[in-house]
Ligand binder design. Structure first.
Ligand SMILES: [Zn+2]
Length: 717
């Protein structure tokens, strides 16, 4: 196994381990320029430090036993090492991108007559397996069947009595194929981004760009089905359009110091007509949608439709789910083993198919390079809108009817994704130093809904920069449809649970602070309350409550009045509540200064914030579902918030992080996507320890103010 980096740790090592357990293979050695990074499974396996000698010399002792060498190292070395090994008679399997140009691919595929390389292709040999079974392209004696990897789904019984019985049924059910659409569109979590990874995926010359990254994936199942859909056209047969996310461009330019032209596309569309006159459209890209993925292959025919969902890897016929496969990297490595051992596998030659898919991509890349115009889109865009040259206003117009009836949270993100670029055009945003400690020592961490998040090396806060102005954010809160939708469809329907888990604890907190520190407070200010004002539930009506710039309030406190911020600024108050406000202020310290000015001497300010010190935000980062801009522009750590208050004339009365959900949320996130990059200790604890340990870990977080929800009460000196 050559290369023991991230790909090895996440995908290859577990697959090889399973092969070992099944008695099919044994890892002989690992090779890397560095020490082996993952020692989890293979403690007794030797590790060879790569030197400057040709790789066949370093691996000479494995030649006799005809070991299979898997090249899973840096893209740039694939071709060179593969050629060297093949020419010296080794058996070789190569990870994608197999080579970086068409010439080397040709040379690698023809280097040795007997020992042609096997190619590992995740979408062909894992994700598309159910579809290939449906088209009868998988041999019934292959490991897919003998190891029962293909699973029957709910509606299989409508068509066949068993998985094997469904083999080859699709031509009859779909009829003559008319149209094929492939989408590999990623907007969600870690898969939807390129930041935090090496230049390999960014630099077009090192195999970067979406065509290279996802194009081969999208095309390989189609090449495998050429007998059904018709041969894909050769040179120049594709029409291509590419675009790049503007936020990503900014980040890539800074991080990798690459010239603009060399930064790979983040979105691409290409289409062609096959020899059987089937229209094929492929869309691949990242930084699209609000925060979700859409991956699938749709085959429409004269009699029906087959849809392979490339997220869940399930095959449906006319919307009825029939076949699935357990998602893992195992079938990819297993199929390579089958290829090199001459086991029965497919009706096509998988190495030839993968190589052809990649060589088509090389040609498509060439076509793409001929496009003169650079197209940019704002992160979170709908793919359908990327190339639409309509007036900005019409493009941003929110069309609620076309929103799919998914669950409310996704729908909210979808509305928000459309609104973010309308309310906050990237060109108008301004870069800022850390809003917590003013340090400029920061690093770009990730992009979420079009906002670049940075991490402050000095105080550990997470924050978005460049960012909109205070006025723009206020305008958003006033008139955004997403904010209204959140209130109507998420906040209101869950009001009862919110009472139990949010409002009542907050009231209890108020009741524990106010009698002691502000027993005679009369003038009360609720600063920018969203959806509800806690004062509507507070006993005792003698208090005069003013609401500053409230957002979609459902229940107004009795006798309260609404005031403008500018009016409130010229008054003083005995008690001020500012719940979840500093999170979305463009200049949070400015807001603390304003609060200090408005707070009478001896008066009390009560705040809640989302804390950057919290386990949830620190462990999940971009993958935290609650980290959504613009309501979470600042995730300041607890120390800087305390300092900010003290510096501006307050003394601290009570600071706590009563959050209860960090561990649950991280655990849930981790279970949804096991490849999520979380610290090894955390994944160990979550996987191997039970509820008792998690609960006491959450207690520990609370006790040490390391939970993600923070409460602060402070008194004006
Ligand atoms: Zn800082």
């Amino acid at each position: 196994m050559v290369g023991t980096g991230q790909h090895f740790q996440r995908n290859l090592a577990p697959a090889i381990y399973k092969l070992e357990k099944n008695g099919l293979a044994k890892l002989a050695a690992t090779v890397d320029v560095l020490g082996r990074s993952d020692k989890n499974y293979f403690e007794d396996v030797i590790h060879i430090k790569r030197n400057n000698k040709p790789i066949h010399e370093q691996l000479a002792k494995f030649k006799k036993e005809d070991h299979l060498i898997i090249l899973g190292h840096t893209n740039a070395l694939h071709a060179k090492d593969a050629l060297d090994l093949l020419r010296h008679g080794f058996r070789v399997a190569i990870e994608k991108p197999y080579t970086l140009d068409a010439g080397s691919l040709e040379r690698v595929m023809t280097a040795g007559k007997k020992n042609r390389p096997a190619l590992l292709e995740y979408y062909l040999t894992m994700k598309s397996a159910a579809l290939l079974v449906g088209y009868g392209a998988v041999n019934k004696k292959s490991f897919y069947f003998t190891e029962s990897l293909i699973k029957p789904l709910l509606a299989l019984g409508d068509f066949a009595g068993s998985v094997g019985g469904f083999t080859g049924m699709l031509p009859k059910l779909v009829g003559t194929v008319m149209r094929v659409e492939v989408e590999v569109l990623e907007g969600e979590g870690d898969t939807g981004t390129l930041e935090g990874r090496g230049a390999d995926l960014v630099d077009i010359k090192s195999g970067g760009g979406m065509l290279q990254d996802l194009g081969t994936h999208a095309l390989s199942p189609l090449v495998a089905l050429e007998k059904i859909i018709g041969t894909l056209p050769g040179k120049g047969g594709f029409t291509v359009r590419t675009a790049r996310s503007s936020e990503y461009m900014q980040m890539a330019k800074r991080r990798f110091a690459l010239p603009k032209k060399q930064i790979g596309e983040t979105y691409a569309e290409f289409s062609c007509t096959t020899a059987k006159k089937v229209a094929v459209t492929v869309r691949v890209g990242k930084y699209v949608f609000g925060d979700r993925n859409r991956r699938g292959i749709l085959i429409s025919g004269s009699k029906g439709e087959a849809y392979l969902d490339l997220n869940s890897c399930t095959l449906s016929v006319n919307d009825k789910p029939v076949l699935g496969i357990e998602k893992s990297y195992y079938p990819v490595v297993r199929s390579v083993l089958a290829q090199t051992r001459g086991e029965p596998l497919f009706t096509f030659d998988p190495a030839k198919v993968a190589a052809k898919a990649q060589s088509l991509v090389f040609d498509i890349q060439k076509r793409a390079a001929e496009n003169k115009e650079d197209v940019y889109y704002e992160s979170g865009a709908e793919p359908e809108n990327i190339f639409v040259p309509v007036a900005a206003e019409a493009k941003d117009k929110l069309n609620e009817e076309d929103i799919r009836p998914e669950d409310s949270h996704n729908r909210w993100l979808e509305i928000l994704g459309k609104e973010v670029s309308k309310f906050f055009p990237p060109k108008k945003r301004k870069g800022v130093v850390c809003p917590g400690c003013h340090s400029a020592e920061v690093e770009s961490e990730f992009i979420k809904l079009g906002f670049i998040y940075k991490w402050c090396k000095n105080c550990f806060s997470l924050y978005a920069s460049p960012r909109p102005s205070e006025q723009e954010i206020d305008e958003f809160y006033r008139s955004s449809k997403a904010m209204k939708f959140y209130g109507d469809s998420i906040f209101k329907p869950t009001i009862e649970t919110r009472h139990e888990h949010q409002i009542t604890p907050l009231l209890n907190w108020l009741k524990s602070i106010i009698p002691e520190y502000a027993p005679n407070a009369v003038r009360v200010l609720d600063f920018m309350p969203k959806y509800y004002s806690v004062w509507a539930e507070f006993p005792g009506t003698e208090k005069k409550v003013s609401l500053v710039e409230p957002v979609h309030i459902y229940k107004t406190p009795a006798g309260s009045k609404t005031v403008k911020f500018s009016t409130a600024k010229s008054q003083t108050y005995d008690l001020i509540t500012a719940f979840d406000v500093l999170d979305h202020r463009s200049d949070p310290e400015r807001t603390v200064k304003d609060l200090s000015k408005m707070c009478a001497k001896g008066g009390v300010v009560l705040m809640t914030l989302n804390s950057g010190s919290g386990f949830e935000y620190q462990a999940l980062g971009r993958d935290s579902h609650r980290l959504v801009p613009p309501s979470r522009l600042n995730l300041m750590t607890i120390e800087v918030v305390e300092d900010m208050l003290v510096k501006n004339g307050f003394e601290l009365i009570d600071v706590s992080t009563p959050g209860k959900l960090d561990v649950d949320i991280v655990l849930k996130g981790f279970l949804e996507d096991e490849s999520m990059p979380i610290p090894r200790f955390v994944s160990y604890m979550l996987k191997k320890r039970g509820a008792m340990a998690w609960e006491s870990f959450q207690d520990f977080l609370q006790l040490n103010n390391l939970s993600s929800f923070m409460r602060i009460a402070a008194r004006k000196k």
